[in-house]
Each structure stands twice: as C-alpha cells, then as structure tokens.
Design a protein around this ligand. Structure first.
Ligand code: SF4
Length: 448
C-alpha cells in the first residue's frame, strides 16, 4: 500500500466493551485515562511533524450510524485505533467500517502488542504498531505519506529519554474531564513480574524510565493554565521504586501545586516514610496499592513478590500521615481457597481503605497466568474478547473450575467494606467531571 496522502489522522478510541455506545457519562474516571493519554502523546508527536488530527471516542457517540457518519465526514486518510483486549472485536468492526470509507487502518495499544497475529490475518487492518508507538507511528505515517512501502507489522521503539517527547495535545472532546482532573505520565515501565499483568511479561514497557521534574512541570503548567483542574492522577504504578526521582518530583510539585488533590499508585514494598510525608503536604492524597491478597501462597502464585507484612507497613504509613488508602484486591485466582479469600478480606478490613477495587482475575493474553490457564486446560473457548472485561467475568464467569457464585459473594462482601460517606471526597471528582460533561453536551447541542 503506497501513495501520497494528506497529513491528517483520525484517532479512534473503541473502548465500549460491555458498556456500549453513549456511555461516556457512566464510565467516567475508569481505566481509560491511560489509552487516551497515549493518544494525546501521539498527537503531540505528529503535530510537530506537521500533521493535523481528529479524535473520536465511541462512548460519546449515540450509535454505529453516528460513527459511520463521522468516518465519512473525516478527510483523514489514516484511522489510528487503540486496542485493549476486551474491545478487540469492536475495534475490528471500527477498522472494517473505516476501511469501507477508504481509510488506512493502524492498530496500536496493549492487544496489538501482545497478540499482533490477531491483526495480521484480519483484512480490516492494514498496519499494527507494537509497543511504544511515538517514534514508530510517526515514522510509519511519514513513509506512507511519501509513498514508501512498509511491512504490516511495525515494531515500536523504546524511548530512552522521555523528556524528548513534546507536550501532549489534548482533545477538546475530553475537556470536561480535564476541567476537574488531569492524569499525567511521570515514568514508564515497572520492575514487577506479576503473572496476571502484561507488564509482568515485560512485553509492553520493558524498561524503567523517568521524566525530569522540570519536564513534568512544563506539562502541568501548560494544562493548568487552561483548565485549573483540582485533581491530579499519576498514571504510573510504582513511583517510589525510584525514591530519589519521586521525592525530587514531589518537592518541585509542592512549590506550585500543594492545593491539589493527588491520586498516586505504588507498590507496598517500596512505599516509604519520606514519600508519605511529602504526599501528606498536598490538599488530599489517595495512594492506591495492589495489595491483591493477604495469602503468602497466593502472592507467590501471582508473582507479586510482596508480603502481607509489607502491605500492613504501607497502610500504617498512610494512616500515620493521614493519606487515604485505595486498595486493589484480586480474587477468582485458580487454586485460591475460600480460607485465603477470607484472609484477604480480614486484612483489607483491618487497614480501613477509603476506596476499594475488587478485581476478578481475567487471564489476559500476554500474561503468564494466561499460559497457565491454557496449559492446564481451564481457559474456555471464547466467542468474544468481551469475555475478558471485568463486569463480564463477574456476571458470567470465565476460568473453568472456579465457583463464580462464591466469587460474586466475596465481591459483594468486599464492596460492602467501603461506606458511601468515607469515599465522598473522591466521589466528588467523578461528580465534578460528570457535571462538566453534561454542560459540554448541552453547549454542543445548542451550537448545532
Ligand atoms: S501489576 Fe503492577 S506491579 Fe505488577 S507487573 Fe503489573 S504494573 Fe508492575
């Protein structure tokens, strides 16, 4: 496929697995900050090369007819679609609609990276970019625009210096979110080897890299001047594994942004007194930890390499410095017993988290647990990739041999640990975004 094309890209976010079209309001504050942020980075990179872009979030469209209309209206020759495993089938549908309107389709994102073979044989896709795409995607576009032939599988390129990236270009469709909350990348990579996580296999982010505090601040100043957001979320999962970097960043941030509410994520084995103390100087702070389980056997099985004692120590530090705890829990793990879930429940109850997310294990492709399930014959035949979506697993089950009635009971029990009053300050962030979004929709309607 070669030809001279205009320098214009249509970015498409197809993350509507299990929630469907017209679901933006309902899904606010979900796990989508990551892929959308990734798009804004790509937009920044290609804008420097002279490209323009449009953005479509399927959750903001009423139905597929509206998508087709958008595709037809767009004069971009390239449709770049980010693909997470649960939305793979929807992404393929989007790609085939995009192709029917004459676009060149390019897949990227986690599923493209861990399962490129799913794209190679599928006529809906022209190119698939693996791993970190900023450099590779820009190069692919340049080559296509200049009529140079490329292989369909485009290997990504690990960015060694994150400070080389230009500022992200934010999408006006996400304005309602930015007005309340901004999610920012401060580092890439994770030293963990969790068996249920794609990063654990090191396919996606192989190497730890950090942005300099000045580079982070430049982005924040730029966005804050425009939106005056109240809440800042660090997208990285293990900031304090490099304590020097994180304390330098927090110290800098405190000079200008101590009035913000902060949400950060960390590992229990690296969280420490100095980081906790610095975080406590912001207006409010919630630290999310992947406690996952309080059973040493299960922690070993899932490759967490942490102990319940480390979890307890991290929680005590949070209480000492008045930081709110966000607890990630994982149940529905092969071989896990009722007694082990009870152990986790008692542990979580004792640390008094303000927020809690009870995940049911979904053995995503590209993880060690996926291979485990396959090798042990407990992975079911899949009719759709939506089966990997948490709500789907919760309602209909997934791994053979697991008693999901029992898992649903525990899921309900864990959720009961958090009372509405205790999560009120954090619920306000979602409510704020929601009201901005309703105002945005009204204005859009009036301007039509
Ligand atoms: S679950 Fe978290 S700590 Fe474990 S490998 Fe994935 S990102 Fe790293």
């Amino acid at each position: 496929m070669a030809g001279h094309y205009p320098k214009r890209v249509l970015f498409v976010y197809p993350g509507i697995a299990y929630i469907g079209y017209d679901s933006f309001e309902r899904s606010l504050g979900g796990s989508d900050s990551d892929p959308i942020y990734g798009f804004t980075l790509l937009a920044g990179v290609i804008a420097e090369k002279g490209y323009t872009y449009e953005f479509v979030d399927l959750r903001q469209l009423k139905n597929e007819d509206e998508l087709v209309q958008k595709l037809k209206q767009s004069d971009a020759p390239f449709a770049a679609i980010t693909v997470q495993t649960p939305s793979f089938d929807i992404a393929c549908r989007v790609a085939s609609l995009a192709k029917s309107t004459g676009k060149i389709t390019i897949a990227g994102g986690v599923h493209a990276t861990v399962a490129p073979e799913d794209f190679e044989d599928n006529p809906a896709w022209d190119y698939v970019v693996l791993g970190e795409g900023e450099v590779a995607f820009g190069q692919l576009l340049d080559d296509l625009v200049n009529g140079k032939a490329r292989n369909n599988v485009v290997p990504g390129e690990i960015l060694n210096h994150l400070d080389d990236l230009p500022l992200p270009h934010l999408f006006r469709e996400w304005d309602p979110c930015y007005r309340d909350s901004y999610a920012i990348e401060i580092a890439r990579g994770c030293p963990g080897r969790c068996t249920y996580c794609v990063s654990g296999e090191r396919k996606f982010y192989k190497k730890m890299r950090f942005r300099s505090p000045d580079h982070v601040l430049r982005e924040l100043d730029h966005v804050y001047d425009r939106y005056r957001f109240r809440h800042l979320l660090f997208l990285d999962v293990c900031a304090s594994t490099r304590p020097k970097f994180f304390t330098a960043l927090l110290t800098k941030l405190l000079e200008r942004y101590a009035h913000l509410d902060i949400t950060t994520q960390d590992r229990v084995d690296s969280f420490n007194d100095e980081v906790a103390h610095l975080l406590s100087r912001f207006n409010n702070c919630m630290v999310w930890f992947g406690f996952e389980s309080a059973s040493p056997r299960i922690l070993k099985f899932i490759g967490k390499h942490t102990t319940p004692e480390q979890g307890m120590r991290a929680a005590e530090l949070c209480h000492k410095y008045n930081l709110d705890i966000g607890a990630n829990v994982l149940i529905g793990i092969p071989t896990e017993t009722n007694k082990e879930i009870q152990q986790t429940y008692d542990f979580i109850k004792s640390i008094k988290p303000k927020m809690l997310f009870c995940n049911i294990l979904s053995p995503f492709p590209g993880t060690q647990i996926h291979h485990y399930c396959k090798d042990n014959g407990i992975l079911p035949e899949l009719d759709t990739h939506e089966r990997y979506e948490l709500r789907h697993v919760l309602e209909k089950g997934f791994i053979k041999g697991i008693d999901y009635e029992r898992i649903r009971y525990w899921h309900w029990m864990f959720n009961r640990l958090i009372d509405l009053d205790s999560r009120a300050p954090w619920q306000r962030i979602k409510d704020g975004i929601r009201s901005h979004y309703l105002a945005y929709r009204l204005l859009k309607k009036l301007s039509l």
